[in-house]
Design a protein around this ligand. Structure first.
Ligand code: AP5
Ligand code: MG
Ligand code: ZN
Length: 214
């Protein structure tokens, strides 16, 4: 969890490889729907372009389906979900039904001015969704994805006024979810500033601490 541009996607990709568990980004799945031109994609786009949350029913169903179909029993990582209290409660319910439990809600703490810097320079792969940054994490070849050779582009919702709205939605809807996990002892607060590898090490150390103390 964390504000737009905190580094969720970047860290989840690394963690998913390190821990060898599947991961899912609700934002990536929604963007793939938009790109496919499906009816769901058209509906989602109308919210995403404004920086608003896509209706709960849609994303909850997506996550539920993914958890069922993606070999998540041995562990999993969610990126960008849950994003409001309804989604958090539904996730608890789904996991309870499936006999699974969350280890931690990882919160990447990054101040607003750094977010603007990160999002204004972000490049995303059209094909596989890997993210780069023109300055902080540049691709080897200009505008080509290192991982798959796909074309890199600037996300539609990275325009300044949409970023501002995404941040507002984060403060209003998602921050309360942090308190929810904090009160159940599941919140792992990680300083999201510094090099990508440094942030990654903090997450791994934090997770180690949690699993050791249980
Ligand atoms: P989503 O795709 O989840 O966007 P977001 O939450 O705004 O987060 P971002 O993907 O923009 O940032 P990130 O934290 O992944 O950062 P990244 O690693 O790319 O959601 C988009 C939209 O989909 C929402 O607005 C909503 O409409 C809809 N949606 C999604 N989930 C939903 C849900 N659950 N319910 C309802 N609607 C939903 O990094 C950013 C940049 O910084 C990159 O350029 C990266 O290279 C760079 N960077 C990363 N780490 C560092 C570092 N340590 N130092 C320097 N640069 C860094
Ligand atoms: Mg992301
Ligand atoms: Zn790619």
């Amino acid at each position: 969890m964390g504000p737009p541009g905190a580094g969720k996607g970047t860290q989840v990709r690394i963690l998913s490889k390190m821990l060898n568990v599947p991961s899912m980004s609700t934002g990536d799945v929604l963007r793939a729907e938009v790109a496919s031109g499906s009816e769901l994609g058209r509906l989602a786009k109308s919210y995403m372009d404004r920086g608003e949350l896509v209706p709960d029913e849609i994303v909850i169903k997506m996550v539920e389906k993914w958890l069922r179909e993606s070999n998540a029993r041995g562990g999993f990582i969610l990126d960008g979900f849950p994003r409001n209290m309804r989604q958090a409660r539904e996730l608890d319910e789904i996991l309870r039904r499936e006999g699974m439990e969350l280890t931690a809600a990882i919160y990447l703490d990054v101040p607003e001015d750094e977010i603007v810097r990160r999002l204004s320079g972000r490049l995303s792969c059209k094909i596989c969704g890997v993210v780069y940054h023109v300055q902080f994490n540049p691709p080897k070849e200009d505008l080509r994805c290192d991982a798959c050779g796909g074309e890199l582009y600037q996300r539609e919702d990275d325009k300044e006024e949409v970023v501002r709205q995404r941040f507002r939605v984060y403060v209003e809807s998602t921050r309360p979810v942090l308190d929810y996990y904090r009160s159940s002892g599941k919140l792992l607060v990680v300083n999201g500033l510094g090099a990508i590898e440094e942030v990654n090490k903090r997450i791994i150390d934090g997770l180690r601490e949690i699993t050791r103390s249980r």
